[in-house]
Design a protein around this ligand. Structure first.
Ligand code: HEM
Length: 506
């Protein structure tokens, strides 16, 4: 027994000492940075995630963010042997996001279903993929996609119409279907009926995969693939991935056949996509010679990554926005007045030129994203030792997390009322004087969100169309500090199903 105990205690201790000696410089620098409360030797804060729920994980993340703010912009936490840092100082965040392009080790866990896609790929692959992806998001493409956004928004209004007089209902599935229908049509050129059918396979499987991947993220012992495969939820995960893969492969093959058939009909045509057509990302890649280096597997995984990146982020952001409007009827009425002043009682469709003219809409949109960013934290791998503008030096080979949640609630940036929901803080004169990294719901630097305009458009169009038609009714908040509960499922999502009711305006 004594020998057994000696082995159990002595071997890890010896390994720890050897690790400390080998990485002396790393620990010398890391030790200068304050550690999070409850950070224990050997395990760090991993115990805080035992039996973790998304709600608990969100609490840990927000607590680390507040501790970072209290320490002047940085806090250290360990997950088992890994030492990580949470940054909230805007100058440091600016420096980190401009200088470090690699993602942290957590993103590697996503490889299991999205491979090495733009979202999570190591830098050399990312550069190649991002170059192919970017033409899909130019202002010309946004113009092309605009009619698709408007058509899906109209369908969202039709679906909500059925709830008039019917009391409270769950909003999120309708919004999620709206965003998915847009991403499918713009990314794969596929018209899907998910707005009519809430059991649509992509919607359900993406949800399952995100839930399980998020749980695994915090269970460090499940990170090795062979252990993960032994867990009870692996078969659910595997089945969801199979359904998604089969669906996407069929989409690719069908599109390729369709394009080949067109080429046979018209062999003299140089490109397969005419100016008048709206090419999807998939069509753009398939029209490139040899798919520009994408294998079918890579292309399929990139499409899944685009679906994840584009659908959930936008749907979550829109859901929080509508929930805030239901809780603050004064803000909703002011916004409605602005929209009504522009459209009157007409039924004309929203046009691209309308959007920048709606200033209060922009302020409400930004304030909602400030308080409830779908991406509450983003990670960057620090390869070489870096000295941050605040004077802190991060050691080489560590993971640094930018807390978007923390930056957006920093009283030094946003004032003592940083927790208050106040769209006026985005009045152009007030907001322009802030550091560009003070507001970064779409991240910042070269690896920021390419879907920034896309997401902004889909959210604003839906808000305009829905408010023109309906008053959104919920339980008004008694405080100007909203207390919307969230959980962490890789993204920060509403904890409970958002329930609202709608009343017809006219
Ligand atoms: C309100 C909506 C959206 C929000 C809040 C959002 C937010 C973000 C954030 C914070 C990142 C950086 C993630 C990181 O560094 O880990 C990101 C990356 C990305 N987003 Fe978005 N996004 C939105 C909509 C979209 C849409 C509509 C698309 C595409 C259709 C999209 C595609 C992507 C892609 C491909 C990346 C990876 C970029 C790279 O690593 O180079 N996003 N997004």
């Amino acid at each position: 027994m004594i020998i057994f105990l000696l082995i159990v205690i002595a071997i890890p201790t010896l390994l720890l000492i050897l690790n400390r000696i080998k990485n002396r410089r790393f620990y010398e620098l890391a030790n200068k940075i304050p550690a999070a409360k409850g950070n224990l030797p050997l395990i760090g804060i991993a115990h805080k995630f035992i039996g973790s729920t998304g709600k608990n994980a969100y609490k840990v993340i927000t607590s680390l963010s507040h501790q970072s703010l209290e320490n002047g912009g940085i806090v250290k936490f360990c997950m088992g042997p890994n030492v990580n840092f949470v940054l909230t100082n805007v100058e440091d965040v600016d420096f980190l996001l401009k200088s470090q392009l690699g993602k942290t080790s957590e993103y590697v866990l996503l490889e299991d279903f999205i491979g090495k896609s733009t979202l999570n790929a190591p830098v050399p692959i990312w550069k190649r993929h991002r170059k192919i992806l970017i033409p899909n998001f130019t202002s010309k493409m946004m113009e092309n996609y605009f009619p698709i956004f408007v058509a899906k928004s109209k369908k969202l209004v039709d679906v909500l119409e059925k709830h008039v007089g019917g009391g409270e209902f769950e909003l999120f599935p309708h919004i999620s279907a709206y965003e998915l229908a847009i991403v499918c049509e713009t990314s794969y050129g596929l018209t899907v009926n998910c707005q009519e059918d809430s059991s649509y396979p992509v919607l359900v499987q993406v949800e399952t995969l995100m839930e399980i991947a998020s749980e695994r993220l915090f269970m460090v012992w499940q990170h090795p693939d062979w252990i993960f495969k032994l867990t009870p939820h692996y078969s659910k995960y595997y089945n969801a991935r199979q359904v998604l893969y089969e669906f996407m492969l069929k989409v690719i093959n069908d599109k390729r056949d369709e394009m080949r058939a067109k080429r046979r009909e018209n062999p003299n045509k140089e490109t397969e996509i005419s100016e008048s057509e709206i090419p999807s990302f998939l069509e753009l890649v398939l029209s490139l010679e040899g798919n520009d280096g994408y294998t079918d597997m890579e292309l399929m995984q990139e499409l899944i990554a685009l679906t994840l990146a584009g659908t959930d982020t936008s749907a979550i952001s829109l859901s929080f926005l509508f929930e805030l409007l239901s809780k603050y009827p004064d803000v909703q009425e002011k916004l409605y007045q602005e929209i009504h002043d522009m459209f009157g009682d007409s039924d004309r469709t929203v046009e691209k030129e309308d959007i920048p003219k709606l200033q209060y809409l922009d302020m409400v949109f930004k304030e909602s994203l400030r308080l409830y960013s779908a991406a509450s934290v983003i990670g960057r791998r620090v390869e070489q030792e870096i000295k941050l503008p605040s004077g802190v030096t991060l050691p080489a080979n560590c993971d640094a997390f930018v807390s978007i949640y923390g930056v957006h609630r920093d009283p030094q940036v946003w004032g003592p009322d940083a927790e208050v929901f106040d769209p006026d803080r985005f009045l152009p004169g007030r907001y322009k004087s802030l550091h560009p990294c003070s507001f970064l719901p779409f991240s910042y630097g070269q690896r920021n969100c390419p879907g920034f305009h896309f997401g902004t458009m889909t959210l604003k169009i839906a808000v305009i169309d829905v408010l023109r038609k309906f008053k959104i009714v919920g339980t008004p908040s008694e405080s100007r500090i909203p207390k919307l509960e969230a959980k962490f499922d890789i993204l920060a999502k509403p904890l409970h199903a958002v329930r609202i009711s709608v009343e017809r305006r006219k």
